[in-house]
Design a protein around this ligand. Structure first.
Ligand code: ME8
Ligand code: MG
Length: 688
């Protein structure tokens, strides 16, 4: 009788194509990949979906700014995401794009079903809309969006509405009862309190722009981009097409993995749409926290991003002997390990190149890598790499373990027990828990201590008693390495494959498929095993790599976000560059002009930035300036200042900044002091 495998369907958000990927997107996709690999190890039939979200006003505008059609723009960015996932060896089973024809048909089918079932009606609506979040917001037009701080725009349209209000009680029940499991707890409570606050019907069409899926039968409307996007989770499986085999097989999703800022869309709107269509609900929605960089959320619009490519290239360069493709996979392992080990899953975590290199050296180069190379080298030298004499001589007894010293005192048995405990934990915790990687590290450290306490290199192979001990010690260490390697495989798929081969166990992917990496039992290194070719796995990284990665990011800065890249502060205040001489011609290219500050106000959630409107005589400009910690808006209004007038416009916090204020940096804190001009200086006149 054929064994029926359990299906496991997991998804990442589909990423907007308004700008290229950064390690925030990589984080979610990596976590999904770890879960997918783990599920495959368990023998389950996994379907892992990722892709890109390509419709909506935000994309339409980004394309316009770049001077290309929305489709061309989307094509260019979507492929960048996909290529990056491929370079990193991420094992998605399907890559969906919302511009795929099959997806569009599926979205229309969902819309029609919602309408047929009586959950959609037409109504006129005027409201404040946040283009960046693609959502109507309950706040006055012209004020900053409470979620992201960008200015709200007024939208008056005849729109189709979805009867979201009908689902409030049902959703509360589903989430409270755990029928639809929302994790972690903090996010679950957040969703519940949002639901208890009451639900308004939701506008689900737009008619002021065209870049989207047309409403069936009323093509002057396009379907709301979030309905379009969320539907990807079912259209990818063939919902609404002739072939619904995958839909029948894999839906409902076992896991939607998302970042915490889109939990409402996934835990409120999405299940409501599904219920209205009479479809089953996802079993579990898990939200992780944000990667922070320089203290704020890494995001395309802030421009404070780190690209995964930089990490792949920098760490790949530590291994010049392998191919470019393998270097990428190695770099991807380093990033995977760092993100899972450093950030407590569910919380926000800061990223820095310094922390990345430190963690790599401590845990991988000096830790795991060094242990592997020391132990295998001894086996190579003393036993010609053969395990024929090295065999497990005992069975685990239930020793009580506490600290490393006790473990070491128990010798082989202690280590063996620890291996068993770790293996159990790995299965329970699904490898997403930082504590688990701490546990691996503890195990690795314990084996190190065990080795130094027992010093097998001091034992004399000619003395039978010493020889017996040495065999046991080396076997215990090697077998611990085997188990740790099997457990780490979903996190470090490239590096563990190398260790596996060095242990003489062959291809780790084959072992994974054969179920050899699941119920790990002590004694897997059999007497016929012979070590493979040895070689370094994790070369040490020196501090210079940090500088290199910083430089690589700086050199790449302009390309990060074609539509809205911008540093968060005014360069005059923060830049410290080497002096360079320029000619008068170069200087004259910089257009310095007298301007008067007419409007000055704070920007919510941006502690450093002020929004200014300045008068240049024949023109008024908006300039954002990072001086909010040093000037109050009141003391600025009316001042005559000098601005760089011909600086290209750029966006900060979604607002355009056109020009820059001149300021001197004073004192240790580099306090900016504005360059001012007398009150009779003519507005707009040039300063040279
Ligand atoms: O929201 N830290 O797309 P998006 C951690 N298209 N994760 C981050 C991150 C950060 N700093 N930045 C991004 C959208 N992410 C919609 C989704 S789904 C039907 C539609 C990850 O391009 C995280 O998973 O803004 C977050 O939820 C997602 O990228 C948002 O990507
Ligand atoms: Mg976003």
């Amino acid at each position: 009788m054929a064994e029926t495998k359990q299906k496991y369907y997991l998804t990442t958000p589909i990423y907007y194509v308004n700008a290229r990927p950064h390690i925030g997107h990589a984080y979610t996709t990596i976590v999904a990949d770890v879960v997918a690999r783990r599920q495959r190890l368990l023998g389950n039939d996994v379907w892992f979906l990722t892709g890109t979200d390509e419709h909506g006003q935000k994309i339409e505008r980004a394309a316009k700014a770049a001077g290309v059609s929305p489709k061309d723009f989307a094509d260019g960015i979507s492929i960048q995401f996909r290529n990056l996932w491929d370079r990193m060896g991420l094992t998605y089973d399907q890559y969906i794009r919302t511009t795929d024809e099959a997806h569009k048909r599926g979205v229309q089918k969902l819309f029609s079903t919602l309408k047929d079932n009586g959950f959609i009606y037409l109504n006129a609506y005027t409201g404040a809309y946040c283009v960046s979040d693609e959502a109507f917001v309950d706040a006055p037009v012209g004020t900053p969006c409470p979620d992201c701080g960008r200015l709200l725009e007024e939208v008056t349209e005849e729109n189709y509405f979805f009867k979201l209000s009908a689902f409030q009680e049902k959703l509360i029940d589903l989430i409270e009862s755990g029928t639809m499991d929302v994790q972690p707890e903090t996010r679950r409570n957040e969703v519940l309190s949002f639901l208890r606050g009451g639900l308004k019907d939701l506008s689900i069409s737009r008619s002021s722009f065209t870049w989207g899926v047309p409403v069936p039968g009323d093509p002057k409307h396009v379907i709301y981009v979030w309905l379009d996007a969320l539907a990807n989770y079912i259209t990818a499986l063939g919902y609404g097409s002739e072939d619904e085999t995958n839909f029948k097989k894999y839906w409902p999703a076992d896991l939607h993995l998302v970042g915490k800022e889109i939990i409402r869309f996934h835990c409120v709107y999405w299940p409501a749409f599904l219920m209205a269509a009479g479809l089953p609900l996802p079993k579990k929605i898990v939200a992780h926290g944000w990667l922070l960089f320089e203290e704020s959320k890494m995001s395309k619009s802030r421009g404070n991003i780190v690209r995964a490519e930089t990490i792949l290239e920098a760490f790949g360069s530590l291994k010049p002997e392998i191919s470019k493709a393998e270097q990428d996979l190695f770099g991807a392992d380093v990033l995977r390990y760092f993100l899972l080990r450093e950030i407590p899953f569910g919380s926000d975590g800061s990223f820095s190149f310094d922390a990345l290199v430190t963690r790599y050296n401590a845990d991988l180069a000096n830790g795991y890598g060094n242990l592997v190379s020391r132990v295998l080298k001894m086996i190579q030298v003393e036993y010609a790499g053969s395990f024929s004499k090295l065999q497990s001589k005992h069975i685990v007894s239930s020793v009580y373990l506490e600290g490393v010293d006790e473990l070491v005192a128990y010798g082989s048995e202690g280590i063996e027990k620890l291996v068993e405990v770790t293996a159990k934990l790995a299965i329970e915790k699904q490898l997403l828990d930082r504590d688990l990687l701490t546990q691996f590290d503890f195990l690795r450290y314990s084996v190190d201590r065990y080795l130094s306490a027992n010093a097998p290199w001091k034992l004399d192979g000619d003395v039978p008693e010493d020889e017996a001990r040495r065999q046991e010690i080396l076997y215990t260490a090697a077998e611990s390495i085997r188990v740790v390697t099997a457990l780490l495989y979903p996190i470090l798929p490239y590096a563990t494959a190398k260790v596996w081969a060095q242990l003489g166990l062959g291809d780790i992917e084959t072992a994974a498929k054969n179920g050899e990496l699941k119920n790990l039992q002590w004694g897997g290194l059999k007497s016929g095993t012979k070590l493979g070719a040895l070689g370094p796995i994790f070369p040490r990284a020196d501090k210079e790599l940090i500088t290199r990665m910083n430089e690589m990011e700086q050199n790449n800065a302009p390309a990060t976000a074609p539509a809205e890249a911008a540093p968060a502060t005014t360069p005059a205040v923060e830049a410290k560059t080497e002096p360079v001489s320029i000619g008068i011609d170069d200087f004259m290219k910089v257009e310095l002009r007298v301007a008067q500050i007419k409007v000055a106000e704070r920007i919510p959630k941006a502690d450093k930035l002020l929004r200014l409107e300045v008068d240049l005589g024949n023109e008024t400009r908006q300039i954002l300036s990072g001086i909010a910690e040093h000037y109050t808006p009141e003391e600025l209004i009316g001042r005559r200042i000098v601005i760089v007038a011909n600086l290209a416009p750029r966006k900060m916090r979604g607002l355009e900044s056109h020009g820059m204020l001149l300021a001197a940096s004073v004192g240790d804190g580099d306090k900016p002091v504005l360059a001012t001009v007398p009150d009779d200086a003519v507005l707009g006149s040039r300063v040279r």
